[in-house]
Ligand binder design. Structure first.
Ligand code: ADP
Ligand code: ZN
Length: 436
């Protein structure tokens, strides 16, 4: 590529070039899926033949594939190649139930590494950077997915893996790490331990870029993490079923994540009617993989809620942008008949500069009444034992939360660092309600 901005030619495609490629890849994918007994049967029972899918307009004829389909065919049931052609297996983190298995051929792994490298290149990573990955390695795709992508780009890659925060900090210093991948809750934890150790990231470390993703977080949380660590933080979206990280990623504009449309066909549907929603409206993200061999998925219902950001991106890529994830449809809390997403609570909390980024929502039943308690850590910068000031703050937070979620939670301010941290994705909601 002669243009330094792009890692792959496909990034610089025009809309019509991109759609022509999508159409060609969709047809090839559908044809290839007929090697899978699962999809053969799906097409047969829908009265559909591979020849019915000629253009992108025909996509809607294909039935959806769901997480339940993956569970029902566990472990290898959807594969479109013989197992002998596969070289790796991953599974999802199992955040919302039984894990699901995803198979890869050598080509799939290479294409995946390419997508991750493309994302990292987009935000300015270059071969002279030192990339430290704090993801768990193993079945979780954030480990090997970023490892191979960063290597493909040519960075010196430090597979630090999850946990052992003191060791992470030592590596930052000793190896002069410039780029870090961490989930948002762990980025906050890194800062907490830096404070305890008297490390000032701006003075003592070389960190410049942070890749954060894998769990929903608000814009304010991002800004705070950037401010704490003295880095630019870019939102990274992926999921095991689509390959892992590298599905969608923010560009330097930090305004929505470009989803790589040479790899995926994007639809946003109403989760109830399953009809497409107009561009710009929130719905469930549905993805069709058009660049996978071992286990392509057609119209996969991700259960993630988001929208397509209208308009063009100044960076010059026509691959459309997804807004921050609002959450998964199964994250939604229904309390006293009101639907609430944890991210709504986070958005309110992060308006208060007195608060740190960690919080925990507990739902419980008291005297046959369901209620919500929100515990939130006070920022390490607020050193007050002025009880009435804290009480006033709790009241103000309660009022703002009630305005947002229409329910009055009990708010409890707790000391910095006191909410238990999990090794993987943060647990933000504990549901202890009595089940009737
Ligand atoms: P699991 O579904 O068990 O958590 P994965 O590791 O495959 O397994 O996680 C994929 C899911 O993580 C996505 O479907 C989405 O809900 C969430 N996720 C990934 N990246 C982001 C992000 N940048 N923002 C919000 N949520 C994300
Ligand atoms: Zn852009």
């Amino acid at each position: 590529m002669t243009d330094e901005r792009f890692f792959n030619a496909e990034e610089a495609y025009s809309r019509s070039e991109l759609e022509a490629l999508q159409q060609e890849r969709l047809r090839a994918t559908v044809k290839h899926c007929m090697n899978s007994p699962f999809y053969r049967e799906r097409f047969r029972s829908a009265g559909l033949s591979q020849d019915d899918i000629r253009s992108l307009d025909d996509l809607h004829k294909i039935p959806f594939t769901t997480k339940q389909d993956l569970r029902d065919t566990y472990p290898f049931g959807i594969a479109s190649v013989p197992l002998g052609d596969c070289t790796r297996l991953h599974s999802s983190s199992g955040t919302t139930g039984n894990p699901t298995v995803i198979l890869h051929t050598a080509r799939d792994l290479d294409q995946w590494a390419n997508a991750v490298a493309r994302c990292l290149w987009m935000v300015g990573c270059r071969p002279d950077d030192v990339f430290q990955n704090t993801s768990g390695y193993g079945m979780f795709t954030g480990g090997l997915g970023f490892q191979y992508g960063a290597e493909k780009l040519g960075m010196l890659t430090v597979p630090a893996a999850a946990g052992n925060t003191l060791r992470q900090l030592k590596f930052f210093k000793d190896f002069r790490t410039t780029v870090v991948h961490a989930i948002p809750s762990y980025a906050a934890r890194l800062y907490e331990v830096m404070c305890q150790q008297g490390i000032d990231p701006r003075r003592d470390l070389s960190l410049r870029t942070l890749v954060i993703g894998a769990e929903p977080h608000s814009e304010d949380t991002r800004r705070r993490i950037e401010d704490m660590l003295g880095v630019k933080a870019y939102n990274s979206f992926g999921m095991s079923e689509m390959m892992g990280p590298g599905v969608a990623f923010e560009c330097p504009g930090q305004n929505g994540m470009h989803i790589w449309e040479d790899y995926f066909i994007v639809e946003i549907v109403d989760p109830v009617t399953l009809e497409p929603v107009p561009d710009g409206e929130v719905g469930e993200l549905v993805l069709t993989t058009i660049n996978r061999e071992a286990m392509p998925l057609l119209r996969y219902r991700t259960r993630d809620l988001t929208r397509i950001l209208p308009g063009e991106c100044p960076c010059g890529r026509v691959h459309r942008r997804l807004d921050r994830m609002k959450g998964r449809s199964d994250d939604m809390i229904i309390l006293k008949g009101v639907n609430i997403f944890p991210i709504q609570i986070e958005q309110v909390l992060m308006q208060f500069s007195e608060l740190a980024t960690d919080y925990l929502i507990t739902l419980q039943t008291l005297d046959d009444n369901d209620g919500m308690t929100v515990e939130v850590e006070i920022s390490e910068k607020v050193l007050t034992d002025d009880y009435s000031a804290l009480q006033k703050l709790e009241k103000e937070i309660t009022r703002c939360l009630r305005d947002e979620i229409l329910i009055t939670p009990k708010v409890r301010l707790v000391p910095f660092g006191s909410i238990p941290k999990s090794e993987g994705k943060a647990v933000r909601v504990k549901d202890l309600r009595k089940q009737y």
